[in-house]
Design a protein around this ligand. Structure first.
Ligand code: NAI
Length: 247
């Protein structure tokens, strides 16, 4: 390993992605912040990452667009010469009960959450194989294991990420590239803020620790998986859910 570490976090403008970027940000790190929306949120995240002594760069692509992803990764390799850490965090919801779910709702969620992760993993694999080092972390969800009414598309995408994680872990292990997942429970972000109060109350009743999680608490698990200390951990999933699901 060199002293310089280069990380790419997708969907890093706000929420959990932002917390991951801040947790990884320290001198010697180059943190590429991807988001499909590069507005004030992304600018704020960049400023904070730089304030912690890391280099920060914004990369505005849609993870569902394979050509744009490839161009983004090519840019990273051209500028920084390597890519050590990929965090597939970008995700969306388009909730509906199955009987009413539209093709577009199904397709959009699968395109971003699952195909987006595939696009990024495929694009980073070549440089990681070449450098014989890599850390890939996919953000799944507790509902990818438990199921959740009204989220057939989202749950299918998050369950798909678990299988993707295990398969790619087996494919890349011999080159010291580890591939793991983090499955957050109910985390307070703008994604979950939109839920009606009765849904939030029902969720809270299922959480032994009696509260929702913070984006930082997810980021700590991601940072561990991204570290040298996690070298013997691959194909695994860390659950960060306040005890909502125990596996
Ligand atoms: P958020 O909605 O606050 O942030 C998601 C970010 O991803 C936004 O900045 C958005 O612009 C970006 N994004 C969306 N589509 C994109 C695309 N096609 N390409 C690039 N960027 C895109 O969401 P939050 O809560 O921070 O979630 C982050 C991840 O954690 C998601 O994958 C989500 O499914 C997962 N998660 C969240 C939980 C929660 O309780 N908040 C629980 C379990 C998993």
């Amino acid at each position: 390993m060199t002293d310089l570490r280069v990380a790419l976090i997708t969907g890093a403008a706000r929420g959990i992605g932002r917390a991951i970027a801040l947790e990884l940000a320290r001198p010697g790190m180059v943190v590429y912040l991807n988001d499909v929306v590069l507005g004030d949120d992304a600018a704020w995240t960049r400023e904070k990452v730089e304030a912690q002594g890391a280099q920060a760069r914004l990369l505005g692509f849609n993870v569902a667009d394979a050509a744009a992803v490839q161009a983004g990764i090519d840019q990273i390799i051209k500028e920084s010469g390597r890519l050590d850490i990929l965090v597939n965090n970008a995700g969306i919801t388009r909730d509906n009960i199955i009987v009413r779910m539209k093709d577009a709702e199904w397709d959009q969620v699968l395109e971003v959450n699952l195909k987006g992760a595939f696009n990024c993993i495929r694009a980073v694999t070549k440089p990681m194989l070449k450098q014989r080092y890599g850390r890939i972390i996919n953000i799944s969800s507790v509902v990818g294991v438990m199921g959740n009414p009204g989220q057939a598309n989202y749950v299918a995408s998050k369950a798909g990420l678990i299988g993707l994680t295990k398969t790619v872990a087996r494919e890349l292990a011999s080159r010291h590239i580890t591939v793991n997942a983090v499955a957050p429970g109910f985390i307070q972000t703008e994604m979950t803020e939109a839920l009606p109060q009765n849904v939030k109350d029902a969720m809270l009743a299922q959480i032994p620790l009696g509260r929702f999680g913070t984006p930082e608490e997810v980021a700590y698990a991601v940072a561990f998986l991204a570290s040298e200390a996690a070298a013997y951990l691959t194909g695994q999933m860390i659950h960060v859910n306040g005890g909502m699901l125990m596996v």
